[in-house]
Design a protein around this ligand. Structure first.
Ligand code: ADP
Length: 368
């Protein structure tokens, strides 16, 4: 059982680098929460503060409603799994798993029971007499996770645990970690810079940029309702397309036009952009909401006629790269779309799927 709560927590390194800025975050008991953001955004620092490996400069951290700012790591009952495994090279997998329990003077029989249980869960029973150098990266990572499991901690922390594995193994281990969470029924806080890993693993995701929390939400809500430009651009592959432009009054409603006035979107006068007339905004649209055939109801689309600058065929789908002034736009099409590089083609932007953001604050205007 572990509930983790940050109240206005900041971390300042060497009195000058503000790595984490005034965060508020509640992680529920047994929840799987992923902290995600670009390199250097402060996610490892947050994780290390939970483990007690990093002092808290300002604010309060509670675990199960107990203030733990000054509680040493060994008294927190929290296990952390690192990217580089951190196994003892001269010990076998069994000894690596047993080591922490031995130090705690647990009796041999209980140690064996715990090690064998973890080995069974992770399916590494056959590897227990091997040393780290005689195992693959994935096998070493399993042992590292096993070392956390044998402790039977209140919470598991993972710091980029899959980054050293190749792509196939990463996908496989991702599924195993999700299963593991269900089996262990424990609180998990997982750090990654990979948004796909975050989306597939997290019950809730915390998106961080420059030491600040940008949004905390479920994967589907982050995708459907990004709070700001950063989140919109971070979640989704390829990233959301952005078009910079302006809102103007038109005869029968309002008009969004890009800065070159080549791309125009007619909107009804009850549209939320009514409040932004004569202001600069950023239009966002995901690549799957831009088509090259309009179907029947043409009036729900805004049309851009663009030369196809580049085509990427991925097998199951095709990315068409379009150009609007200096802005690149990607349309994601079905694998059998008949498009050709160099040809000028009409593309249809689904008006109902458009997002609008404040140019200066980045805020999603629908969520204002
Ligand atoms: P992430 O895990 O998101 O890559 P970190 O939490 O490791 O980011 O780092 C956040 C910021 O704090 C970075 O700018 C990093 O350079 C800085 N930082 C991390 N550790 C230290 C340290 N021990 N001393 C000074 N600055 C640090």
């Amino acid at each position: 059982m572990a509930e983790i709560r940050f109240e206005n927590v900041s971390k300042i390194y060497q009195q000058k680098v503000k790595a984490v800025k005034d965060i508020n975050l509640s992680i529920n008991d047994k929840e799987f929460v992923v902290l995600v953001g670009p390199s250097g955004c402060g996610k490892s620092t947050i994780l290390r503060m939970i483990a007690g490996l990093e002092e808290i400069s300002e604010g309060k951290l509670y675990i199960d409603n107990k203030l733990v700012n000054n509680l040493p790591p060994k008294d927190r009952d929290i296990a952390i799994v690192f990217q580089n495994y951190a196994l003892y090279p001269h010990m076998t997998a069994y000894e690596n798993l047993a080591f922490g329990l031995k130090i705690k003077r647990m009796d041999k029989k209980s140690i064996q029971a715990r090690v064998m249980r973890a080995a069974r869960i992770l399916e590494i029973e056959e590897l227990l007499d091997r040393k780290p150098r005689a195992m693959s990266g994935g096998q070493n990572q399993r042992v590292a996770i096993g070392r956390a499991i044998v402790r039977d901690p209140r919470a598991f922390l993972f710091d980029e645990p899959l980054s050293n594995l190749d792509a196939n193994l990463r996908v496989q281990m991702r599924i195993e970690i999700a299963k593991l969470h269900k089996r262990l029924n424990a609180t998990v806080v997982y750090v990654t810079h990979d948004q796909v890993e975050a989306m597939t693993l997290g019950e809730r995701i915390v998106i961080i940029d420059k030491g600040e929390i940008q949004q905390i939400d479920t994967p589907s809500n982050l995708y459907a309702n990004p709070a700001n430009l950063f989140v919109a651009g971070f979640i989704g592959t390829p990233p959301m397309n952005f078009i910079h432009g302006k809102v103007i009054q038109a005869n029968d409603g309002i008009l969004f036009t890009d800065n070159s006035q080549k791309f125009k979107v007619n909107l009804p006068s009850n549209h939320l952009l009514m409040k932004y007339i004569e202001k600069e905004v950023v239009l966002g649209i995901r690549s799957e909401d831009i088509y090259y055939q309009a179907g029947e109801s043409k009036n729900e689309f805004a049309v851009l006629s663009s030369e196809i600058k580049f085509v990427e065929k991925l097998g199951h789908e095709i990315y068409a790269y379009l150009q609007l002034q200096d802005q690149q736009i990607i349309s994601r099409l079905k694998y059998d779309a008949e498009i050709m590089k160099g040809r000028v083609t009409d593309f249809y932007f689904d008006i109902r799927k458009m997002y609008f953001f404040d140019k200066y604050t980045g805020a999603n205007l629908q969520m204002e």
